[in-house]
Ligand binder design. Structure first.
Ligand SMILES: [Zn+2]
Length: 253
């Protein structure tokens, strides 16, 4: 595959990166004509880009209203992490089964970039690289379909982080990736999966309640502003399904 990416691919990649790196925030509007102008493309092509992003859970297409960056509900968030656990378990199994030394070199190189981004304090870069570690690992499974599903669910989890996590925080601990690489390289499937399961649990915790070292808050506290009746009321995620209001998300920044 050496051809230039099509204009649709370019627009898709740009918008996806902007969403994952939180340059575009959940709920932000994406008017077709403005996006078309930005990428010099017709509204028909813009709709094709939107339909891809929509299929991956990154944006919502609102009929007559402009498309918006998706705001996953709490139910959506939990569902994404459940699926991610299942898929990444299979990734570990297959990567160990089909391991070759080039994989270790590629993972080490990626980890070095993560460490660099963390040192530089580049939040958008850290967020993107954290997700890419998992998609890189999935590519090494040698199963393109699994790889695609992992990429999809990792993107969804990034949007969850943007909605419910602390602003501009990456979801992965770099040292956790280090340990996972070592266990996989050693061919130790049990340890690798234990580490990955623990890691994904941490990722989910950070995505859903933030890595709030200053004042640990329960999910109910965190979500109470979204629930009718305001602070102090118990969160009822099912009733709140779908649409935490953007201005409330911004108040938490
Ligand atoms: Zn990770």
């Amino acid at each position: 595959m050496s051809g230039k990416p099509s204009r649709i691919d370019q627009a898709y990649t740009a918008l996806k990166s902007a969403i994952i790196e939180q340059a575009l925030r959940p709920g932000d509007k994406l008017p077709e004509d403005e996006v078309g102008q930005l990428f010099s493309m017709s509204r028909t092509l813009v709709r094709q880009v939107f339909s891809r992003l929509n299929a991956e859970g990154l944006i919502e297409i609102g009929g007559k209203r402009p498309a918006t960056v998706a705001i996953p509900s709490l139910d959506d968030a939990v569902a994404a992490f459940e699926v991610r656990q299942a898929l990444e378990r299979e990734v570990i199994t297959l990567v160990i089964k089909r391991w070759n030394p080039e994989h270790k070199a590629a993972l080490e190189a990626h980890l070095a970039r993560e460490i660099e981004a963390a040192k530089a304090g580049s939040a958008p870069m850290s967020i993107r690289l954290a997700g890419e570690f998992h998609t890189l690992l999935a590519e090494m499974s040698g199963n393109p379909l699994l790889s695609r599903f992992v990429s999809d669910v990792v993107s969804r989890c990034s949007v969850v982080l943007a909605v419910y996590g602390r602003p501009h925080s990456a979801d992965c601990g770099v040292h956790e990736h280090r340990d996972i690489i070592d266990a996989i390289a050693a061919g130790d499937a049990t340890s690798a999966w234990d580490l990955m399961r623990h890691h994904l649990g941490e990722v989910e915790a950070r995505a859903l309640i933030g890595s709030s070292e200053d004042s640990p808050r329960s999910l109910a506290d965190m979500l109470s502003p979204y629930v009718e009746g305001g602070a102090g009321t118990k969160a009822r995620p099912a009733k709140n399904r779908g649409r935490p209001r953007l201005q409330v998300v911004k108040e938490n920044r």
